[in-house]
Design a protein. Structure first.
Length: 72
């Protein structure tokens, strides 16, 4: 049955995870018309030091943006 994997930053708040997965399941149910029990949603949480965008680690990008914000 359909499986959705969401990759993103860690979500510390369990209620936010519940809301996210419930809303994804709701959308899948509307789109496919299968019962809720047919869907699997997997959250893969990635730390900023494990993700690179445009050749720059997210942890470095975040630090640079904070530094730039402090100068402005």
């Amino acid at each position: 049955m359909p499986t959705v994997t969401v990759e993103g930053p860690p979500l510390k708040d369990l209620d936010r995870k519940r809301t996210l997965t419930r809303e994804i399941t709701d959308a899948l149910e509307r789109a496919f018309g299968l019962p809720r029990e047919a869907y699997t949603v997997v959250l893969r949480e990635n730390q900023p030091e494990n993700v690179c965008v445009g050749g720059e680690l997210l942890c470095d990008r975040i630090a640079r943006q904070r530094e730039e914000k402090g100068k402005g």
